[in-house]
Write a protein that binds this ligand. Sequence first.
Ligand SMILES: NC(=O)c1ccc[n+]([C@@H]2O[C@H](COP(=O)([O-])OP(=O)(O)OC[C@H]3O[C@@H](n4cnc5c(N)ncnc54)[C@H](O)[C@@H]3O)[C@@H](O)[C@H]2O)c1
Length: 291
Amino acid sequence: MKRSRDSRAVVTGAGSGIGQAFAVELGRRGGSVVVSDVDMVGAQRTVDAITDQGGKAVALRCDVSVLEEVRQLADDAQDFFGAEPTLVVNNAGVGAGGQLVGDVPIDDWRWTLGINLWGPIHGCHVFAPILREHDYGGIINVASAASFGAAPRMAAYNVSKAGVLSLSETLAAEMAGTGVHVSVLCPTFVKTNIVSNGRINPSSTAAANRLMRLTGMSPAKVARVCLDANDRGTLHVLPQLDAKVGWQIKRTVPGLYTRAAGLLERFGPLRDEDVDNPELTDLDLTRVEGR
Ligand SMILES: NC(=O)c1ccc[n+]([C@@H]2O[C@H](COP(=O)([O-])OP(=O)(O)OC[C@H]3O[C@@H](n4cnc5c(N)ncnc54)[C@H](O)[C@@H]3O)[C@@H](O)[C@H]2O)c1
């Protein structure tokens, strides 16, 4: 049975980017969708996109870093559906990077882990027992290729996503043999506004946006690939070739991979010369053609 069809879905961080694409695609596949975010303007825009195509959706505010708000989200979602949810996408997340360990402000560590790691922990803590009880459904945790890539100057983000990878693998083991499929999404670059919305050191903004513009996949394609993978019961979802290649190399020669990543960052093409290029630093990727 395809869990992404005719679902009762909850998507966090669905007011923008990848979360919005998940919500719209789930609506397109016949689902009722709870569009949750802290940004209610974005969330309403997503709801409108779903209802415009004949789907059913509601916008509910929830800060995923606060357990009580996630519990409230589950209650409100059940009221909206008139039944328990069948699919949960723990997607809400923020970007952070550009500084070395020791220079990253402790407040940025706490902020990043609070949303990127505690968000999915809260989501699994609240929703996993509901799905387990009904022995049916899907849980998708949005991690990143950073979960295994461990690129320099991204420590807080990397740590948060490594935690999401481990959480998902643990949950998948616990759900083995049940009707609940767990997937962890590990993309490289996806064309969203995560850089502009996050706490990225200005010296790295241009390089990040340049990479995103050159190599990023569309959020719509990422969402489609991931929902199909969850339907098949796939745990690790690596939607792009560079994510797959990085995953294999890291597993085969982890020490060499780490050293090469460090040297590439220090001496390679990702330098800071574009720091004053407004075309890159002020890029709005929601307006990029073909998204
Ligand atoms: N864009 C990429 O290249 C990329 C790559 C790998 C993984 N990811 C992951 O994808 C997920 C979605 O990011 P995106 O690229 O769509 O970024 P985005 O900035 O476009 O969307 C993130 C959404 O999360 C919401 N949000 C932020 N803090 C929140 C909170 N505390 N509670 C609830 N919602 C909150 C924002 O309001 C926003 O609507 C994140 O977990 C991110 O780490 C993104």
